[in-house]
Design a protein around this ligand. Structure first.
Ligand code: ADP
Ligand code: MG
Length: 238
């Protein structure tokens, strides 16, 4: 199992009291599978991703990333774990305007103390994997919103993460481009064996997802009107 949250409770300060953003949440995402997290605005979806990304330490509960229990890891160890093991894709791509598509990815190697030039072949390979082989030398203003979001996804894969956390990637895209981005995420999850969590409030493209869970007021449940979608079992040989 690449991502395991067990009995996670997270509260935020709220005036003199505490607001419970996650209430005893458990979630397991195996390598090579994608779990969609749906739920209304304010229900705790982004908080769940922040805990899974080790950006917020929960009040209670266990977070295990790629076999490693994050409890007791210090700041530096958590930063290293995030850099080597976790890829994040947020709603806004936050690309650097002056860099080409390939350079947006190569910067990730630089941040990691590696040579950006040596990282170019991997950057080009990932751009090809997201369908942007021809756009490697274009800058963000020369690309569409869907293409920018694909760069965002490719960039999150630069460090070969075991865990891929994606927050509302299609919210700024039209329906067709949104569906294409979801298909891409599904394919990458299977090809690259990431444990992927996809937060979305768009239920329309969940057909290819391995599991769907719903957050309501910080509590997790399998949605009644959208049962978990499973891939068909392998054909039996008689
Ligand atoms: P979602 O992503 O589903 O919209 P969030 O995880 O962002 O939900 O928020 C869950 C709840 O926690 C909301 O009530 C929100 O207002 C509150 N919240 C989120 N972040 C903070 C924070 N940093 N400080 C205090 N309250 C927060
Ligand atoms: Mg959110």
């Amino acid at each position: 199992m690449s991502l395991e949250l067990t009995d996670v409770t997270l509260t935020y300060p709220d005036g003199g009291a505490r607001l419970t953003a996650l209430d005893n949440v458990s979630l397991t995402v195996p390598a090579g599978s994608m779990t969609a997290v749906i739920g209304p605005s304010g229900s705790g979806k982004s908080s769940l991703l922040a805990v899974a990304a080790t950006l917020i330490t929960p009040d209670r509960g266990r977070v295990v990333i790629d076999g490693q229990d994050t409890a007791g890891l210090g700041r530096a160890a958590l930063t290293a774990l995030r850099r080597t093991t976790i890829g994040t894709v947020f709603q806004q791509p936050n690309l650097l305007p002056s860099l080409t598509a390939a350079e947006q990815l190569q910067v990730m190697a630089h941040l990691d103390g590696r040579s950006p030039r040596a990282a170019r072949p991997r950057a080009l390979e990932l751009l090809a994997a997201v369908g942007l082989a021809e756009q490697a030398d274009r800058r963000p203003h020369q690309l569409s919103g869907g293409q920018r979001q694909r760069i965002n996804i490719a960039r999150a894969l630069m460090n070969e993460p075991a865990v891929l956390l994606v927050d509302e990637p299609t919210s700024a895209l039209d329906h067709e481009r949104g569906a294409a981005v979801l298909d891409l995420l599904t394919a990458l999850t299977h090809q690259r064996a990431t444990a992927t969590v996809l937060v979305t409030h768009d239920r329309s493209h969940l057909g290819a997802v391995d599991e769907v869970v719903e957050v309501l007021d910080g509590r997790l449940s399998s949605p009644r009107d959208h049962p978990p979608v499973r891939r068909p079992p392998r054909a039996r040989t008689a």
